[in-house]
Design a protein around this ligand. Structure first.
Ligand SMILES: [Zn+2]
Length: 749
């Protein structure tokens, strides 16, 4: 018998390969017969025969049968569909395309095509990554699971993890190319804390040692900074050059470069670039640069997500959060015998909460009263949208259902809308586990004293929070497999109703509402001379909860808060731009430079210094009194810029490109300039890739040298003092403007 944690699973031809991590640290490989099924539905069932008897089709199919399945969530009865099991699980799309070619549009409908085989296996067998299991017979695998996906205190194995860094041999100011030889390699071992340095005479020797070291350490997770986009493609290229078979996984098979370098895709109105991924059989390669979830919640968040959403680590770490949500829905669909439609999957890649709010903005917003306000409380509803869907049973098949035309369950303000009285929707079902577990993790986080455990619980609840955040977008997107715009509209209607009730409750309690957006409100006591205690706010919180039926939490009470107008030149308008100081002196910032990733570090650090000074004040008057000091700090930073004492690294702008490099010829902006310069030196950015540049001559609009990409900068590069000084002033105004404070033109130097 083997017992341990299911570590990895993937399809290979008509088999599934599993890696089981045992308690003694060993990892065992198992193989079982299984292949992925796709389904074909047709009104004319005689077409099934045409499909089965086709020679090309039978080349792909190992077995077939006719089964009853629900074709759509909204169907009230099952229909007979043709199930085709593949000879090679990874050829589902190929087979589906062949079948499509045989018929006129609309004659047939195909299902379960673009679901990862391993995920289908997990749904069918009711298992999940890191499930603790026992297998009695290696030759015919039956899963005996001693674990529960609902568990919040599951045991995990001790993983052996390394971080791999490869440094090409290049001169300063040069862009690394695949033709550059390897300089040296570092393997950082997280288990021992040691770092192995590999530097040898020849590249062949470097590869020899690299493979030996990795085989000796035998890591489970292998982290890289940019393994998908550079490190591995580069290593493979160098290995080929030296005629070496590069083996870094646990299986004896050399790494191969993917056919495509990657794809650009649209999401939430912006374009992103995703490089092709590199797999190491038996190990999990995590590209920290290509993983939203790792950046947000670390490995602990990834474990939780992979378990709940039933996705293998390789896929889960790179998946957009929306894909994780889909997988969870697919699981419940499979359990209900519902097929998964074959449509292009929605790709999205949220960067931060603000962006998502913009994309999903459907709830009512009370425009903020721009200026500084004192003694303001912020209250935030907890996962409001998903809670509405779960509590109000909102799903594609439950809104305007065909089974309850006279339903008493209505939707506020939308006269013709109603909800199902008879069945629980797929979306509410999927949300239940996320909402319930997140609540428990938050409670555990707040109640344990052990710092390590506290962090683990927090990582897990953060991962779940992200899935919850995307759940709303997925409800409405017509691109999502189980989405429906009516469900989306219904949620927005409930949200509006809840916010109106919340604002009314605040008014009844003598509070003025200064700002309200989606799931947060900012309130101020009408009579500002009364001294309020925490109790007053807690009472307001309780009353809102009673009035609305939804959980709201008191984020805090601000000594003062400034709502900042959005900048005209922002491409994406930020609905929430504010900064304020809570009563305990902590700052909260949204949408201003100190928090923005595209802003050069010099400015975000500088603005943070000013904000830290502001954090020590209690009132607006204190800030005004402090102004000469702020002017001083401004002067010092201006001097640093003017005397060129700021390092180039601190002055880098970061932008995600929106087009391919060759579509940037039209206008000579500083960005276009940097992209074209970079292309001229051999690096051609594709839409969605990241550009980093420094401004060197902003006002020479005809020049080809207005800016320089960071890759081409060297010790002789000189930044544009005038332009950077102007930006320093703008950054200062963001935080002093709301107080009515204007910088002097010639500050004291
Ligand atoms: Zn119904």
């Amino acid at each position: 018998m083997i017992s341990g944690w299911l570590f990895d699973a993937y399809a290979k031809n008509n088999k599934m390969v599993f890696w089981i991590k045992q308690k003694n640290g060993k990892t065992t490989r198992l193989e079982g017969e299984w292949s992925h099924p796709i389904y074909v539905a047709a009104d004319d069932k005689s077409l099934f025969k045409t499909i089965i008897e086709n020679e090309i089709i039978s080349g792909f199919v190992s077995s077939h049968q006719v089964l009853p399945k629900y074709e759509s969530l909204t169907d009230s009865s099952e229909s007979l569909v043709l199930q085709l099991r593949l000879k090679d699980s990874n050829k589902a799309v190929k087979l589906a395309s062949e079948i499509e070619k045989m018929f006129r549009f609309g004659q047939i409908r195909i299902y379960n095509v673009d679901v990862l085989p391993a995920q289908t296996y997990f749904y069918e067998q009711d298992i999940f990554p890191l499930a603790y299991c026992q297998i009695y017979d290696k030759s015919s695998i039956k899963w005996n699971i001693k674990d529960d996906v609902w568990s919040t205190d599951y045991e995990l194995p001790i993983f052996s993890n390394v971080h791999l860094r490869v440094f090409p041999k290049i001169d300063e100011g040069k862009i690394p190319r695949y033709t550059d030889r390897i300089g040296h390699i570092e393997i950082q071992n997280y288990m021992t804390g040691e770092t192995v340095e590999i530097e040898e005479e020849s590249e062949a020797d470097i590869f020899g040692r690299l493979m030996k070291e990795i085989a000796d350490i035998n890591p489970d997770f292998m982290l890289t900074d940019d393994g998908d986009s550079f490190t591995f493609p580069y290593l493979i290229e160098r290995a080929n050059h030296n005629s070496i078979n590069l083996e870094l996984g646990k299986e004896k098979s050399p790494l191969i470069k993917p056919r495509k370098e990657g794809t650009s895709y649209f999401s939430y109105g912006r374009i992103f670039f995703k490089p092709s991924t590199i797999k190491l059989p038996g190990r999990i390669h995590i590209d920290t640069d290509n993983s939203f979830i790792i950046a947000e919640s670390g490995l602990q968040g990834l474990y939780e997500l992979a378990r709940i959403c039933r996705m293998p680590f390789h896929t889960a770490s790179r998946a957009s959060i929306g894909k994780c949500m889909s997988s969870l829905q697919f699981y419940y669909a499979t359990k209900q015998n519902v097929l998964i439609p074959w449509k292009p999957t929605l790709s999205e890649h949220p960067k931060n909460l603000e962006e998502l709010i913009i994309a999903d903005r459907g709830g009512m917003i009370l425009e903020p009263r721009i200026r500084v306000h004192e003694k303001v409380a912020e209250l935030d509803f907890v996962s409001l949208y998903p809670s509405i869907m779960q509590k109000m049973n909102i799903s594609a098949e439950t809104v305007l259902c065909r089974c309850c035309l006279d339903s008493k369950l209505r939707v506020p303000q939308l006269d013709s809308y109603y909800r199902c009285e008879k069945r629980r929707g797929l979306v509410p079902k999927a949300l239940e586990i996320l909402l319930t577990k997140r609540k428990i993790y938050k409670k555990l986080r707040n109640s344990v004293s052990d710092i390590k455990l506290k962090k683990i619980y927090d990582s897990r609840q953060t991962a779940l929070k992200w899935v919850l955040v995307t759940s709303f977008g997925y409800l409405g997107f017509n691109n999502a497999k189980f989405g429906r715009i009516d469900a989306h509209i219904a949620v927005c209607a409930f949200d509006r109703e809840i916010l109106i009730r919340t604002m009314r409750t605040a008014e009844w309690n003598e509070f003025e509402v200064l700002h309200a957006i989606v799931d947060s409100i900012w309130v101020q006591k009408k009579d500002r001379h009364t001294n309020l205690s925490q109790n007053n706010y807690e009472r307001l919180k309780d009353e809102i909860e009673t009035e609305t039926g939804f959980d709201i939490s008191l984020e805090g009470v601000y000594k003062w808060i400034a709502f900042v107008p959005s900048k005209d030149n922002d491409i994406v308008g930020v609905p929430n731009r504010y900064f304020g100081v809570f009563e305990d002196g902590t700052l909260k910032l949204r949408g201003i430079e100190a928090r923005r990733h595209d802003c050069p570090v010099f400015f975000s650090n500088y603005q943070q210094i000013i904000l830290n000074m502001l954090a020590e004040t209690d009132t607006v008057n204190d800030v005004i009194t402090m102004f000469p000091k702020i002017q001083d700090v401004f002067g010092k930073h201006l001097k640093l810029l003017k005397e060129r004492r700021v390092s180039l690294n601190e002055l880098v702008f970061t932008k995600r490109t929106s087009k391919n490099y060759d579509e940037y010829q039209d206008r000579n902006t500083v960005e276009n300039n940097a992209i074209l310069n970079l292309h001229g030196k051999g690096k051609s950015l594709r839409a969605g890739e990241i550009l980093k540049y420094i401004i060197i001559d902003y006002y020479r609009s005809n020049s080809k040298k207005r800016s320089i990409p960071i890759e081409l900068a060297n010790s002789r590069t000189k930044y544009d003092v005038k332009r950077y000084c102007e930006i320093l002033k703008e950054v200062t105004s963001t935080v002093t403007g709301p107080f009515g404070l204007m910088l002097k033109n010639e500050p004291a130097m």
